[in-house]
Design a protein around this ligand. Sequence first.
Ligand code: UDP
Ligand code: MG
Length: 326
Amino acid sequence: MQSLAIVVPVYNEEDNIPHFYASVCEVMQPLAARYRWEVIFVDDGSNDESRAILGTLAARDERVQPVFLSRNYGHQLALTCGLDRALTDVVITMDGDMQHPPALIPELLARFEQGYDVVQTIRRTTEGVSWLKKFSSSFYYKALNAISDIEVRPGGSDFRLLSRPAADALRRFREHDRFIRGMVTQLGFRQTTLSFTAPPRYAGNSKFSPRKMLRLALAGVFGCSTVPLRMGLYFGFVCAMLSLLGFAYVLYVKYVDLDAVPGWATDVSISLLFGSLQLIVLGFIGEYIARIYQEVKNRPLYLVGEEMPRLRQDGMEKKERGAEQA
Ligand code: UDP
Ligand code: MG
């Protein structure tokens, strides 16, 4: 029997929690013989009845393990708290508003049983989401993938399954400004994806204000890429090349055309030279800051997968069994 923790950050979800809990119970019923499961609700400083509801559920059912954060820290930190507490063989993270359908849990577990360590779900579409939001999200991920060494598929969400080794690896990433879906792609291990259609929220409104959304988007760019810091260097070199052309033109006007106002040539040459120099030096500083940034993140230098790959072990077992029978 394996153990499973379902990690659910909730912020003012009083109308969703009971429904979510009931539907997890229903979905897990047929799997109860194979998985000992628990739901870790991380209450992210709710100020509605969510806390009381979680308290009641926990008193009735010991599989409900609530954690109450001291204030609203935001979805990514609430998720991190849940991941820190989930010490089971398998961990599934999902939202508590039914937009990540619990009905998909058996499919996630089936992939885990096939030997995958990370099962990342991809939203095919979200019912009831505006054209603008879909477009900006797809543009954002394309741009982010282009400037960073992570690869987040458009439609990527924080609905995923992690095996114990993958969850342990993720727990070693302790940076404060977090974009978990980017960090997960950097873990390695055996990853696979599963597409789904996200239904509208069961109850209530989105708890992601435009400000929180922007903060997450910036965490993705600045947390997963140092390209913005290095831009000074690239621009500096491009400007230096262009200013050589400008300088040639200044020499032409001054000595061939003889049409230069006194002092003009010196002025323009100085601005061209120092403009590019300043950008290049800013770029150097950017390079050092980028390195300091990588160091202070203090991520593990490398992650060891596991001593013996699970898939091969199964194969070996089969072979051994075959040998015994022979
Ligand atoms: N959430 C949270 N803290 C926050 C905002 C949201 O824990 O500051 C939770 C929320 O209760 C939900 C999940 O994160 O379970 C996803 O939030 P939401 O559904 O509002 O995001 P959307 O689906 O609109 O992107
Ligand atoms: Mg939602």
